[in-house]
Design a protein around this ligand. Structure first.
Ligand SMILES: Cc1cc2nc3c(=O)[nH]c(=O)nc-3n(C[C@H](O)[C@H](O)[C@H](O)COP(=O)(O)OP(=O)(O)OC[C@H]3O[C@@H](n4cnc5c(N)ncnc54)[C@H](O)[C@@H]3O)c2cc1C
Length: 420
């Protein structure tokens, strides 16, 4: 007997079945946007969301630092009709301090603040919104998919569903990436590893530490592209990122004088007891992220800034754009080219981000960053550029234009000539 799904590749209709795999910011946002856009069109497709974790338990450690950057509040209000969860905010972030081998640069001033929250609570907030909208959710891992020209079969730990389209919102989960890579032309984004830990130095020390994120670009931190200390409610989160970093890289990082000087003295005694967590950041887009009956969103798509990711913002934007395309245009590869169009601002910024990352790596290797930081102290444009890079509050393309790329390169060149 023929399976009763709307096997057309056109826009969603009352008989369509959409399965979203992953209930992080990308998956939940996509589900919410789909539900609301469909309602506005007077259609009721079946929307199913699978998530392996139970966010309500709040017992999961998420490696994400939970810094919510502008314009997340605006995206949530305008595109999802959701209030920004101010009740979850543990701390307002007022600025940044960049540390290089010999210099420091304080970046603060006129800008919209970012907010630090506990990431699992943010995930739970979005997940509860999905449930309140009456969207079908399963707390289970998807274990296999099959995609044919007629339909998608989604197998999970608790059931299986015949769907018309599947949305990959599983982040950088290796298991599901391998399955999609086997079944479709999809290829996971390139990524950097991160190691994260947290320290509770005490209430007094947290007050003194202040509301600044400290970013470290240190040549002595072997294999570490960057590190950061982020103040949260009652603790400091420390993270490092690099292509091949391990727990030992974090131990070495914690030993560096620039890091020890920044940490409160009460934190130093706690270092031997720390727990480490490992995670990943995408650094380039995945390949084959759209196809007939599937689309990748969030980290699975890798349409993030390659340096200072603001991954939560990209997750929301890609989730909303995928929902728009399914409702307005359809679920074929051709229809999803509209998704790439809608995500053009993110995509156009990626090559610029890659150049910035390479410049910083070159600066680290040639020990030039101290000189550039010193120049930035007296050059408001360069200082603003650094602020925009670390805060993620401007596109790399704009930063590039505003600093007049040739000037930055010129400065780099001059510094190179002065190396003894
Ligand atoms: C160290 C670190 C710090 C970061 N800090 C920040 C920050 O401060 N601010 C910021 O904006 N971004 C930050 N990011 C990036 C941010 O965490 C990601 O970009 C964001 O979480 C991507 O959202 P997502 O929904 O695509 O994926 P995820 O958040 O990874 O969600 C994917 C979900 O899919 C579920 N899943 C996976 N496989 C399956 C399966 N088979 N079946 C069912 N469910 C499945 C997972 O359980 C998970 O909940 C950080 C990343 C790292 C590594």
């Amino acid at each position: 007997m023929k399976v009763p799904t709307a096997s057309s590749l056109g826009p969603l209709n009352n008989r369509s079945v959409v399965v979203i795999i992953g209930g992080g910011p990308a998956g939940t946002t996509c589900a919410i946007a789909l539900k609301k856009l469909a309602q506005a069109r007077g259609i009721t497709p079946r929307i199913v969301l699978y998530e392996g974790k139970i966010f309500e338990k709040k017992s999961y450690y998420n490696q994400c630092l939970g810094v919510l950057s502008p314009p997340l509040d605006k995206i949530m209000a305008d595109d999802l009709g959701l209030p920004f969860p101010y009740h979850l905010i543990q701390r307002q972030i007022d600025g940044y301090v960049i540390h290089t081998d010999m210099s420091e640069l304080l970046l603060a001033g006129e800008h919209q603040p970012s907010y630090a929250c506990r990431r699992v609570e943010f995930d739970d907030y979005l997940f509860q919104q999905v449930k309140e909208l009456g969207i079908e959710t399963y707390q289970a891992r998807v274990t296999e998919i099959e995609i044919s020209s007629e339909r998608v079969m989604v197998f999970s730990e608790v059931n299986n569903i015949r769907a018309d389209v599947v949305v990959g919102a599983f982040g950088l989960d290796d298991g599901l990436a391998r399955i999609f890579e086997w079944r479709t032309p999809y290829r996971q984004p390139h990524f950097l590893y991160s190691v994260v830990t947290k320290i509770h130095p005490g209430e007094e020390a947290m007050k003194k530490f202040g509301n600044y994120i400290h970013a470290f670009l240190l040549s002595a931190a072997k294999g570490v592209e960057f590190g950061a200390i982020t103040p949260k409610g009652n603790h400091l989160s420390l993270n490092i990122a690099g292509k091949k970093i391990e727990a030992e890289s974090m131990e070495n990082f914690l030993d560096l004088p620039q890091v020890r000087k920044t940490l409160p003295s009460t934190a130093l005694a706690l270092i031997p007891e720390l727990y480490y967590f490992k995670g990943k950041f995408p650094t380039s887009p995945g390949r084959g992220i759209i196809g007939d009956r599937y689309v990748m969103i969030g980290d699975a798509a890798g349409l993030n800034r390659p340096f200072k990711g603001k991954g939560i913002n990209s997750a929301l934007i890609t989730g909303i754009n995928a929902a728009r395309v399914m409702v307005e245009h359809g679920i074929s590869r051709k229809a999803f080219t509209k998704y790439l169009e809608y995500c053009q601002e993110l995509r156009a910024d990626i090559p610029y981000g890659i150049i910035f990352r390479e410049l910083v790596l070159l600066g680290l290797k040639l020990k030039l960053l101290d000189k550039i930081i010193a120049s930035a102290k007296h050059n408001p444009r360069l200082k603003q550029a650094f602020f925009d890079i670390v805060s993620g509050q401007n596109t790399y393309r704009n930063i590039w234009k505003q600093t007049k790329s040739f000037r930055l390169l010129y400065q780099l060149g001059i510094n190179l000539l002065h190396i003894k």
